[in-house]
Structures are given as structure tokens and as C-alpha cells.
Design a protein around this ligand. Structure first.
Ligand SMILES: Cc1cc2nc3c(=O)[nH]c(=O)nc-3n(C[C@H](O)[C@H](O)[C@H](O)COP(=O)(O)OP(=O)(O)OC[C@H]3O[C@@H](n4cnc5c(N)ncnc54)[C@H](O)[C@@H]3O)c2cc1C
Length: 110
């Protein structure tokens, strides 16, 4: 079995995990997230009245319920959490799907 860690359980992390298990029946994926619950900004950012986008969570849930995919919440990777070097010891590959936690300033006044 090839063991892969996907860091981040937002849309990009879930779709990465889905793609990996679909392409190879010998792959097992752990999806890690620093938050206790999955789906990233679809859960925490998109407003409840955006029903169509919110419903995407149903697709993501189906991914995380796959036999060869596990969701591990409350796992911070990097400073203050599991060191990156430790992840490399535990898994054959690590994929980072951590989104954008802060704004990227353009440096344009005003
Ligand atoms: C307020 C708001 C409203 C939005 N509304 C819409 C909308 O109406 N329609 C639309 O299409 N898009 C909307 N978006 C955008 C959409 O939410 C994002 O495009 C999408 O969630 C990005 O997916 P992602 O997987 O790249 O990142 P994210 O969804 O950000 O997921 C990244 C995950 O990585 C985890 N993570 C980060 N760092 C670490 C770490 N060190 N260790 C472990 N885990 C970590 C985070 O906890 C998070 O769960 C909205 C975004 C916001 C903020």
C-alpha cells in the first residue's frame, strides 16, 4: 500500500484524495486538518444562503467516507503541530492543500 497524507480538507484536499484513490487501488490517503471539522472554507467561509455552493459539502463528505480515505481533524501541520519531517517519515508522499490563510497585499496604495 502507498500511504499519502493530504494536508487540508477543503475542496482542493478532498478532490486530491479522491483523484488519488480513483487512479490507484493500492493508495490509502489520510486527510489532515488543523480544524476539528472538514471542508475548509466551504464550511467556514461560504454563507448559509449560498445553498448551491454549500451543497458541495455533500460531494466532499462522500469523498471522506471512501474506504481508503480517513479524515483526521485537529491536526496542525508545521509550527506548533506535527513537524513536516515527521510526516515524511510516516507517509510515502505529502500533498499540501492548505488554501490561503491570509490576504496577499498588492502593494497598491488605497
Ligand atoms: C467568506 C468567503 C466566502 C466564499 N464564498 C464562495 C462562494 O460563494 N462560491 C465559491 O465558489 N467560493 C467561495 N469562496 C471561496 C472558496 O471557499 C474557496 O475557493 C475554497 O474553499 C478553496 O479551497 P481550498 O481547498 O484551496 O482551501 P480551503 O477551503 O481554505 O481549505 C484549506 C484547509 O487547510 C487547512 N489548513 C491550513 N493550514 C493547515 C495546517 N498547517 N495544518 C493542517 N491543516 C491546515 C485549513 O484548516 C482548511 O480546512 C468563499 C471564500 C470565503 C472566505
Amino acid at each position: 500500500m502507498l500511504r499519502v497524507a493530504v494536508v487540508g480538507s477543503g475542496p482542493s484536499g478532498c478532490y486530491t484524495a479522491q483523484s488519488l484513490v480513483q487512479q490507484d487501488s493500492e493508495v490509502c490517503v489520510d486527510v489532515l486538518d488543523r480544524l476539528p471539522c472538514p471542508y475548509g472554507l466551504v464550511r467556514y467561509g461560504v454563507a448559509p444562503d449560498h445553498e448551491k455552493i454549500k451543497s458541495l459539502q455533500n460531494n466532499l463528505r462522500a469523498v471522506l467516507e471512501h474506504d481508503r480515505i480517513r479524515f483526521l481533524g485537529g491536526v496542525q501541520v508545521g509550527p506548533g503541530g506535527v513537524p513536516v519531517a515527521r510526516l515524511r517519515e510516516l507517509y510515502h508522499a505529502v500533498v499540501y492543500c492548505v488554501g490561503a490563510a491570509t490576504d496577499r497585499h498588492l502593494g497598491v496604495p488605497g
